[in-house]
Design a protein around this ligand. Structure first.
Ligand code: SF4
Length: 229
C-alpha cells in the first residue's frame, strides 16, 4: 500500500469553487458547527497551553483544578510556581506548563491590566502579532484565541487540519507551520473559519486517520487527490 500523495496545488491556486465544494461536502457530513465566541481570551490561551501533549479530558481536569485553587489570573500569575504546577498536574508536563503560563501572564501584565479584552480593537493582524510575541505562543495558539474568543478572522491549523487539508490538496507539500496558517487564511471565506476548522478536524479524527486513512469508505474520496487507490 502506498501512502497518500500530499498537496498538489499551491495555496494561491486553490480555486474558490473547489473550496466551496469541499466545504459543502464536509457540511453535509458533519453539519455546520455553531459555537459563539466565548469572550475569555486568557482562559483560551491557558487552555491551549494545557492542551499540549495531552487529551481533552486531562486538559479540562487540569484547567478546572487551576481555577478552583487560584480563581483569578492575578492569583495564578503571583502564586509560587509549585502551586500552579501541582494544580495542573493531571494535564501532564506540568513543570514546563506552569512556568509557561506564569511567563505569559507576566508578559500580558506588562501592558498594565492583566487583560486581553482589547485585542479586537487593534484588528486581527496586530492582535495576532501581539499574541505571537508572548512567550511560547505560536500561530496556532494565537488563532485559537482570536477565533474562539472573539470570532476574528483566523483559523488554527492543528495536526488534523494540516493532514486532511494536505491530502485534499489545499496546501503545498512540505509547507511549514506559518505557511499552512497563511494558506488556510487565504482560502477560508470570512465567516467560515470555525466551520472549516471543526469539520476538517472531525474528518481527520473519524476517517482520514494519520496512519490508515479509510479512503475506501470516505465520502470525500472523489474530491481527494491524496486518496489511496
Ligand atoms: S480519500 Fe478521504 S480518507 Fe482518503 S486521504 Fe482523502 S480525505 Fe483522507
Amino acid at each position: 500500500m502506498r501512502g497518500p500523495i500530499l498537496a498538489c496545488l499551491s495555496p494561491a491556486r486553490v480555486p474558490p469553487a473547489r473550496v466551496r465544494r469541499l466545504r459543502a461536502r464536509l457540511a453535509e457530513l458533519y453539519g455546520v458547527p455553531r459555537m459563539p465566541p466565548h469572550g475569555h481570551p486568557i482562559a483560551e490561551l491557558v487552555c491551549t497551553v494545557l492542551s499540549q501533549s495531552t487529551n481533552d479530558r486531562n486538559r479540562d481536569v487540569a484547567y478546572l483544578r487551576l481555577r478552583e485553587r487560584l480563581p483569578t489570573w492575578e492569583a495564578v500569575r503571583d502564586a509560587p510556581v509549585e502551586e500552579v504546577e501541582e494544580a495542573i498536574r493531571p494535564g501532564g508536563i506540568s513543570k514546563v506548563k506552569s512556568v509557561r503560563i506564569q511567563q505569559i501572564l507576566e508578559a500580558i501584565s506588562e501592558r498594565g491590566d492583566l487583560s486581553l479584552d482589547w485585542l479586537p480593537d487593534v484588528g486581527v493582524d496586530a492582535a495576532r502579532a501581539y499574541l505571537c510575541s508572548l512567550p511560547g505562543v505560536g500561530r496556532k495558539t494565537a488563532a485559537c484565541v482570536l477565533l474562539f474568543s472573539f470570532g476574528m478572522h483566523d483559523i488554527p491549523v492543528d495536526t488534523h487540519v494540516s493532514r486532511v487539508g494536505g491530502r485534499l490538496g489545499l496546501f503545498r507539500e512540505g509547507a511549514g507551520f506559518d505557511e499552512l496558517h497563511d494558506a488556510m487564511l487565504e482560502l477560508t471565506p470570512l465567516g467560515a473559519e470555525l466551520e472549516l476548522h471543526v469539520n476538517l478536524l472531525r474528518h481527520g479524527r473519524r476517517t482520514c486517520h494519520a496512519r490508515r486513512p479509510a479512503c475506501e469508505s470516505c465520502a470525500m474520496r472523489r474530491m481527494c487527490p491524496g486518496r489511496i487507490a
